[in-house]
Design a protein around this ligand. Structure first.
Ligand SMILES: *[C@@H]1O[C@H](CO)[C@@H](O)[C@H](O)[C@H]1NC(C)=O
Ligand SMILES: *[C@@H]1O[C@H](CO)[C@@H](O)[C@H](O)[C@H]1NC(C)=O
Ligand SMILES: *[C@@H]1O[C@H](CO)[C@@H](O)[C@H](O)[C@H]1NC(C)=O
Ligand SMILES: *[C@@H]1O[C@H](CO)[C@@H](O)[C@H](O)[C@H]1NC(C)=O
Ligand SMILES: *[C@@H]1O[C@H](CO)[C@@H](O)[C@H](O)[C@H]1NC(C)=O
Ligand SMILES: *[C@@H]1O[C@H](CO)[C@@H](O)[C@H](O)[C@H]1NC(C)=O
Ligand SMILES: *[C@@H]1O[C@H](CO)[C@@H](O)[C@H](O)[C@H]1NC(C)=O
Ligand SMILES: *[C@@H]1O[C@H](CO)[C@@H](O)[C@H](O)[C@H]1NC(C)=O
Ligand SMILES: *[C@@H]1O[C@H](CO)[C@@H](O)[C@H](O)[C@H]1NC(C)=O
Ligand SMILES: *[C@@H]1O[C@H](CO)[C@@H](O)[C@H](O)[C@H]1NC(C)=O
Ligand SMILES: *[C@@H]1O[C@H](CO)[C@@H](O)[C@H](O)[C@H]1NC(C)=O
Ligand SMILES: *[C@@H]1O[C@H](CO)[C@@H](O)[C@H](O)[C@H]1NC(C)=O
Length: 642
């Protein structure tokens, strides 16, 4: 064990200077053709589309009939930007390795090519259907369950999604009447082919004459506790949408349907009625509800009720535009029989770029698993050269995280990240929404990797002396356990041998923050170098002998996979970001502390060379890029066309 002063930005374990680290420049990139940088920053240990554009995770589920997980995503095959959005689809036996599903087998293309992995696409039914057009412009996000329309687990997979027939749509634009409706699609062959429900859409209009900012992304689930609360005489399914009322505030409308008829949805009111652009507690700790909710979830874990939502428009200097939030609340019934959700704690589900977060009941393991979308952060530069955009996070397990013997500040007034429960002995237990990468998936990713482990009780773990591995691969996990620190402490990743570029990730106890500092992440100045900041307040734990409370240790668990970086802290904080180093040898890591800071480490681990989770795809799974004509894009009003 050692506590010693270290210098700011000391890069350790990076001694070898290689010649293959020639930097890409803006000029070089501008000369390059489509897909020429396809593998350069591409994640291989994460879920992502084979090529082209992807955004939200859709319809995650476990199918007990075939023993397979299904995961869909918002997909625009053969294009690098959003448009004509559909669902792409892959399956997995274990949430570790994935295979694209070939939805048009026998046409000579592999499952990863062009639009083979597209499961549910836009359709233009014209006069054969009433209404003739309801989903011809987009298949927006939604959820899925392994049941048929009468709620039986007969092998059918049922998707509930938002059908779109007018564009563009944005919370702060006038809402074109009829833009969004809600529809069902299903598969009776284990997900290979999907049919639209004949009487789509099943919900055509927003509830209660709301003048909506949006009305989309149905999240539905069976829910016995809710049945009891509402005294339902038969089992029901429940759904929430992301929505909002213009000039009033964001909303999460709740509906129920008898399990025996999943087309028969009844509106039960808004879960709660936040004021536009307001915050649960302080902005810095609980974020902004903004003006519109997108992808929203409502579920329980044990006896705790949670919502999560993508909140739009709550711009503040330290967090732009979109917030991924969660709230815990108590639930009760209103006089008119609807459910009243009363928030008691909340925070950001992810403090970085992860958005459109959704979750599902992994019934195989009885746990709630969450996925979110990590957009590229490329400032629209080098996108055609990369040939794809977007990935999903690692699967994250949500759980109720309780920490006993916490010493509370007596001055706290506003609601925050934790609620505090008084135990019989008078001590406080902090309770919050826990989040950690699913442990079995992490074990699967580590399987082929090389482990370097440092146990600081047995050796020197000093930022100036420990030799970490050099020249790491494209994909690694780095964990650092900090017993105590007097100031800024964390790690450096993606450092070039001469420190021309590097990224620092650190805890700053002076303002309870975790900072992802991208100031020097890339020499390519077309990429954004703004940093991400998240609120993390360590608990003060009562000393057994009644002495001064002790600050809990800080455990950082960091996954670097090409451009994609996920940071987890103490199983209750997550931050996702992107880095695009210009050099191929920018793969050094180090411990990082501000000058004059005393740090005591517990242990650290480096797992280098995480698994490629797409064994059936070639590393370069790019497809030809297509740019649409004005006729195909409503003269570029529906989407940009590239
Ligand atoms: C990229 O693909 C588009 C669409 O096919 C094409 O118009 C364009 O010329 C290509 N760009 C380069 C640099 O090859
Ligand atoms: C949109 O996607 C659907 C489904 O794949 C396809 O049939 C249609 O041609 C596409 N439309 C455009 C304008 O590309
Ligand atoms: C759908 O069909 C209608 C009527 O035939 C046509 O006007 C419209 O352009 C089609 N839309 C798309 C996106 O193909
Ligand atoms: C759903 O499955 C049950 C059990 O196999 C069957 O009786 C019922 O007809 C199915 N419902 C539909 C709409 O297919
Ligand atoms: C809906 O909200 C918009 C924006 O505030 C407003 O211009 C419009 O008049 C409202 N429509 C109705 C029907 O209230
Ligand atoms: C459900 O039943 C309980 C006990 O009879 C009653 O107190 C409660 O008000 C009922 N709830 C609703 C929503 O009807
Ligand atoms: C299911 O509900 C829909 C909508 O209320 C209704 O039209 C339909 O008849 C119901 N189906 C059955 C089998 O009861
Ligand atoms: C029940 O009352 C609540 C609170 O006034 C309201 O928001 C909700 O819309 C009502 N439910 C229905 C179905 O009208
Ligand atoms: C929303 O609130 C933030 C923080 O209070 C404020 O800076 C911003 O201007 C508000 N935005 C709007 C559109 O009112
Ligand atoms: C929020 O910030 C983004 C980026 O700075 C800007 O484009 C957008 O207009 C802002 N929105 C509001 C409502 O202030
Ligand atoms: C998952 O679903 C099963 C069966 O409906 C239920 O018993 C269990 O509580 C759920 N688990 C979670 C974590 O939601
Ligand atoms: C498309 O937009 C251009 C530029 O605004 C305009 O000149 C043209 O008439 C439009 N075409 C159609 C078919 O609307």
């Amino acid at each position: 064990m050692i506590a010693r002063k270290a210098t700011l930005g000391a890069v350790l374990g990076v001694t070898v200077s290689t010649v293959w680290g020639q930097a890409l420049t803006v000029d070089m990139i501008e000369q390059m053709g489509n897909n020429s940088l396809f593998t350069r920053w591409r994640p291989f240990s994460h879920f992502l589309a084979p090529s082209g554009w992807m955004n939200d995770p859709c319809g995650p589920l476990y199918d007990p009939v075939q023993g397979l997980y299904h995961l869909h995503y918002q997909f625009h095959p053969n294009h690098v930007n959003w448009g004509n959005i559909s669902w792409g689809h892959a399956t997995s036996p274990d949430l570790v390795t994935w295979a694209d599903v070939d939805h048009s087998p026998g046409n000579g293309l592999a499952a990863w090519q062009d639009q083979q992995a597209e499961s549910i696409g836009t359709t233009n039914l014209s006069s054969k259907h009433n209404p003739p057009l309801y989903n011809h412009l987009s298949i927006f996000s939604g959820s899925a369950q392994p049941v048929n329309i009468s709620g039986h687990a007969d092998g059918t997979l049922l998707a509930f999604y938002t059908s779109v027939s007018e564009l563009p749509t944005a919370w702060n634009d006038p809402y074109l009447p009829g833009t969004e409706s809600q529809s069902l699609a299903y598969s009776t062959d284990g997900g290979v082919t999907w049919q639209q429900y004949a009487n789509n859409p099943i919900l055509s209009d927003p509830p209660g004459n709301w003048n909506v900012t949006g009305w989309r992304d149905p999240f539905f689930l069976p829910w016995p506790q809710m049945d009891s609360l509402l005294n339902q005489s038969e089992p029901h399914y429940y759904t929430v949408f992301g929505s909002g009322i213009k000039d009033v505030g964001p909303r999460m409308p709740l509906y129920s349907a008898p399990a025996s008829n999943l087309t028969d949805w009844t509106f039960l009111g808004a879960l709660w009625e936040p004021v536009a652009n307001s915050s649960l507690g302080t902005l810095i700790e609980t974020g902004s509800y903004g003006f519109n909710f997108e992808l929203s979830n409502f579920f329980s874990i044990d006896d705790h009720y949670f919502v999560s939502m993508g909140a739009e428009g709550g711009n503040v200097t330290f967090h732009q535009q979109k917030w991924s939030l969660w709230n815990e609340g108590t639930v009760s019934t209103r006089a008119n029989g609807s459910i009243d959700f009363n928030p008691i704690s909340g925070g950001a589900s992810d403090w970085g770029i992860l958005y459109a977060i959704t979750s599902f009941n992994d019934t195989k393991n009885n746990r709630r698993i969450q996925y979110g979308w990590a957009w590229e952060d490329m400032n629209s530069f080098a996108i055609t050269q990369q040939g794809f955009q977007g990935a999903l996070s690692l699967p994250r397990e949500l759980f109720v995280k309780e920490t006993p013997h916490v010493v509370r500040s007596t001055t706290e007034k506003s609601l925050g990240n934790s609620q505090y429960i008084k135990s019989t002995d008078g001590s406080w237990t902090a309770s919050t929404l826990g989040v950690r990468p699913a442990h079995d998936v992490v074990e699967g990713l580590r399987k082929a990797s090389h482990l370097s482990r440092y146990q600081c009780k047995e050796m020197m773990c000093d930022a100036g002396q420990i030799v970490l591995p050099t020249n790491l691969s494209h994909s690694y996990e780095f964990t650092v356990n900090i017993k105590r620190t007097t100031g800024i402490t964390g790690v450096t990743i993606a450092a070039s041998p001469g420190r021309e570029e590097y990224t620092n990730i650190y805890f700053d106890p002076s303002n309870n923050s975790i900072v992802f500092d991208r100031t020097h992440s890339s020499l390519i100045d077309m990429f954004l170098n703004t940093s991400y900041v998240g609120y993390f307040e360590p608990y003060q734990i009562a000393a057994k002998d009644g002495g001064k409370p002790v600050t809990e240790p800080i455990k950082m668990d960091i996954f670097v996979d090409g451009s994609l970086v996920e940071v987890f802290v103490n199983d209750r904080f997550a931050l996702t970001s992107r880095i695009y180093p210009s050099r191929e040898d920018s793969n050094g890591i180090a411990l990082f502390t501000a000058s004059g800071v005393d740090v005591e480490y517990l242990d650290m681990e480096v797992w280098d060379g995480l698994l490629n989770v797409w064994p059936n795809r070639p590393l370069n799974s790019s497809s030809l890029l297509v740019f649409d004509t004005p006729a195909k894009t409503g003269n570029y009003t529906w989407w940009a066309g590239d």
